[in-house]
Design a protein around this ligand. Structure first.
Ligand code: ACM
Ligand code: ZN
Length: 510
């Protein structure tokens, strides 16, 4: 742990590292020269200022020795997201063709500085030292994602920012924000004020207390800006037409029975879903998509589509009428009719739908739109089928470690539910495994998902996320494939100190 390996213990491991010998001495953030990527340098300086401890900073908080400078250069030959980092005596140079490349380079530098400062604190040195080295790096997959369920439990805006910042240290570039579910609706939709008043709170059946929360427009805008400065795209999810008891409790007319409904306090899959025979659900969806388009610049909107039960549709006269009108033969096919309508509404707004793999179960009359992206969660079969059918895919199989609500290990002392997602399993998740050629090209990447039925505090969320997301980041980043689990766990011991420096809780086993 004291002596970094030839790869400098970086996570994810870069494509190429050349250690040159000697060190760069730093007593504070290196002073950025004027030039390209000023916004990225500004964020980096803020991040780095927080990682220097006790007494070595000059009053201005710049490098007390006045020596170390940070230079960013534009290099159009580098691919999007790629970077070159050169650390010399007194000068760090980051080359990139885009802001995202520069940001990734600066996060690698941040990892080295966190380690240098940690070593200084341990050894009592005057200044942090980081090795002189040259690093070349580029990602393997464009989609390196993490999902947080903020419905089953609500997490503060400050916590969301903390997690996004820590994800970006690992070059994770998508934050899938699960904002709605049976247990709470979390964002404002103009024209539907009861989503905030009623839909955002549930009664805890044990304590009788009201639980919940709601993000304001300003909080969401601040988070989107915070993430975009870190080159993390926020992809919002409004889960439709199932997992909608928070909607039905607010607007009972949107359900088949008319209610009454309550925002659910139990966890599971519930039979009350939006009524397929009620045109009002599309007025509602239009308002939801309008709100999302206003709040989130991402071209993608996750429309959910998972775990819809069909028994209400079977019994409902309005749904049966709809079935006759659409020429479909079974209530379950109504979901594909809804999906195609939602996709068309998104297309009108210039947006692309993402859905859980259930939306693949379409009907010939309403085939899944070409542009829809499949998030494969019940294993990788959905993703394989989607790619065979020419659809783009994000792999997030609960069978391969990507479900971060599962326990880290079989140890009964570990928190978690449903299964085990070991660090080794998620490290070994290969999104394009079992595919080649055209199908492999349709694999955008992968994602880790944290469902929060049992995660009632940010601290527990951190413990479930880290370091599994660090392992996934490496699986999705390294162009030549991940370096091997043993190699990863060796670097992980140094990386844990970086997670400590960011005040993150994490699982200590492997
Ligand atoms: C899911 O885990 N229900 C997508
Ligand atoms: Zn109905």
């Amino acid at each position: 742990m004291n002596t970094p390996g030839p790869d400098l213990d970086l996570v994810p491991k870069p494509s190429a590292v050349r250690v040159k010998g000697g060190v760069l001495r730093l007593s504070g953030p290196p002073a950025a020269e004027s030039g390209p990527f000023a916004a990225e340098c500004g964020v980096f300086e803020e991040q780095i200022r927080g990682c220097f401890h006790g007494g070595v900073l000059s009053p201005q908080g710049t490098n007390a020795e006045g020596g170390a400078r940070l230079r960013c250069v534009h290099d159009g030959a580098l691919a999007e997201e790629a970077y070159r980092l050169n650390i010399e005596d007194g000068l760090v140079t980051v080359a990139a063709s885009s802001g995202s490349g520069a940001y990734h380079g600066l996060q690698t530098l941040r990892q080295l500085i966190l380690s240098g400062e940690e070593k200084r604190l341990r050894s009592g040195g005057d200044v942090a030292e980081i090795p002189r080295a040259e690093i070349e790096d580029a990602p393997r997959f464009p989609w390196r994602g993490f999902m947080l369920d903020c419905s089953r439990h609500f997490f503060s805006a400050a916590f969301i920012r903390k997690i996004i910042d820590a994800l970006s240290l690992h070059h994770i570039n998508r934050f899938h924000w699960h904002l709605t579910d049976d247990q709470g609706w979390r964002f404002p939709v103009p024209g539907y004020p009861l989503l905030a008043e009623t839909g955002s709170r549930r009664k805890d059946l044990r304590s009788g207390r009201s639980e919940g929360g709601f993000y304001t427009v300003q909080e969401i805008r601040d988070i989107v800006r915070f993430a975009s400065l870190r080159h993390v795209e926020i992809v919002p999810e409004a889960d439709l037409p199932g997992h909608t008891l928070s909607v039905l409790a607010s607007y009972p007319a949107l359900g088949c029975t008319g209610g009454p409904y309550e925002v659910e306090d139990r966890f599971g899959i519930f039979e009350d879903v939006l009524c397929a025979g009620n045109d009002g659900i599309f007025d509602f969806a239009a308002a939801v998509f309008g709100a999302l388009a206003d709040l989130f610049p991402s071209r993608r909107v996750h429309i959910g589509g998972d775990e819809v039960l069909f028994n209400r549709w079977e019994a409902c006269p309005k749904c049966r009428k709809r079935l006759a009108e659409t020429g479909l033969s079974s209530p379950r096919e109504l979901q594909s009719w809804i999906t195609s309508r939602l996709a068309a509404m998104l297309a009108e707004r210039g947006k692309i739908p993402i859905g859980w793999d259930e939306i693949l179960e379409d009907s010939p009359r309403f085939p899944l739109p070409e542009e829809a992206v499949i998030m494969s969660w019940r294993g990788r079969e959905g993703g394989l089928e989607a790619a065979r059918r020419g659809r783009r895919v994000i792999m997030s199989p609960n069978t391969e470690g990507c479900y971060l609500d599962y326990k880290h290990s079989e140890d009964p002392g570990e928190p978690g539910q449903l299964g085990i997602s070991s660090l080794k399993a998620i490290y070994g998740m290969n999104p394009a495994g079992g595919m080649d050629g055209k199908e492999a090209d349709l694999i955008l990447g992968g994602q880790g998902n944290l469902w929060t039925e049992l995660v009632y505090a940010g601290r527990i969320a951190e413990y479930m996320i880290f370091p599994r997301i660090s392992a996934l980041a490496e699986a999705l980043w390294n162009p030549g494939g991940p370096a091997g689990f043993e190699d990863f766990t060796r670097r992980l011991s140094a990386h844990r100190a970086r997670l400590d420096a960011l005040d993150l809780l994490y699982y200590r086993g492997t």
